[in-house]
Design a protein around this ligand. Sequence first.
Ligand code: T4K
Length: 370
Amino acid sequence: MDKSIFVTRPSMPPIEEYIKEIEPIWKSAWLTNLGKYHNELEKQLSEYLGVENISLFTNGHMALELVIQAMNLSGEVITTPFTFASTTHAIVRNGLTPVFCDVNPNDYTIDVEKIENLITDKTSAIIPVHVYGNICNVSEIEKIAKKYDLKVIYDAAHAFGENINGQGIGNFGDASMFSFHATKVFNTIEGGAVTFSASSIGTQLYILKNFGIQSDVSVNGVGSNAKMNEFQAAMGICNLRHVTAEILKRKIVVERYRKWLSNVNGIKVMNDVKEIQSNYSYFPVVFDEKVFGFTRNEICDRLSENNIFARKYFYPLTNTFECYHGKFDVSKTPIAQYIAKRVLTLPLYADLSIDDVDRICNIILEGYQV
Ligand code: T4K
């Protein structure tokens, strides 16, 4: 029986490297609460991401929840439903109403042509998603935000280390949230960060991730606890040494998938975009069953029968979740609905072998009539 292949597999440093990194933490017994390793990783990440301001968190979701809180938003927030649960939940958990904009059919990010029609006098922000690491149309979003005086917070969970024309992706909008979860291109086991433009947001984030505590005798924010601990930070420091090489290995895997699947009728794959330096975080494939001859679900099942576990990211759409039943009209996001029913993210990680990619593609293409 073949070994199981999952949609992803964490990048990890050699264990000796991690042990060496955590020994001083052990000896000092300073384990968390914004310690030395936390501060060091913050510094290294601001350099790697090419941003001036950054704040680390225990995970990406808390980073998003708290940056939304830090912006003091009210009323409605325009966002997309073609994302992980976190994006929509972070908006709702802040007492805000998500207003769902459709995605564009090319890269599944927010359709900038459809944003303005959704703006009302209650709109306070736009929260677009760089889904799969596909970068939103940041210049159009900026124009709209300026015109209507709206905040922009990017869900950049998938966009670690990406650049547009050499500029780090964390420099756009008022803020961006990155996820450092085990399944991401760069991980701190669990973890996340917010990059932001106004330094006042930094003060707010600092307070909000530590219970709203400003000093020993002053608590002036209704904060949470979302601090990154020292073991997470040490993992980040190790992984950061290897991340560029890991991304290059991912690129080789992606190129092999493209070689097999790019010219298949009824299969759509993502290609590189000239201005964008990609991190190759996900490999989504959209199956048009009428042309390809098989549905996404049939291909997903066929892979599972071979112990290959691709994932239907992002199905179901967040605006169809049971917890939001009756609240949103999914017919207003038809492109997102179309893609969610047909997309499959194929296994992708730095150590996925070319032989495995070949095997996966052969299984996908079994029975395909040219
Ligand atoms: N915004 C967006 C757009 C996001 O995609 C996410 C997270 C967030 C916000 C929130 O960021 P975080 O709070 O998570 O930092 C996974 C990840 O847990 C989640 O981080 C990620 N997005 C989402 C797209 O994928 P699940 O529920 O699919 O994970 P799970 O446990 O099924 O893992 C997927 C596969 O990864 C497994 O089949 C095997 C492999 N795996 C997983 C883990 C946890 C490993 O090999 N080792 C591991 O330790 O959500």
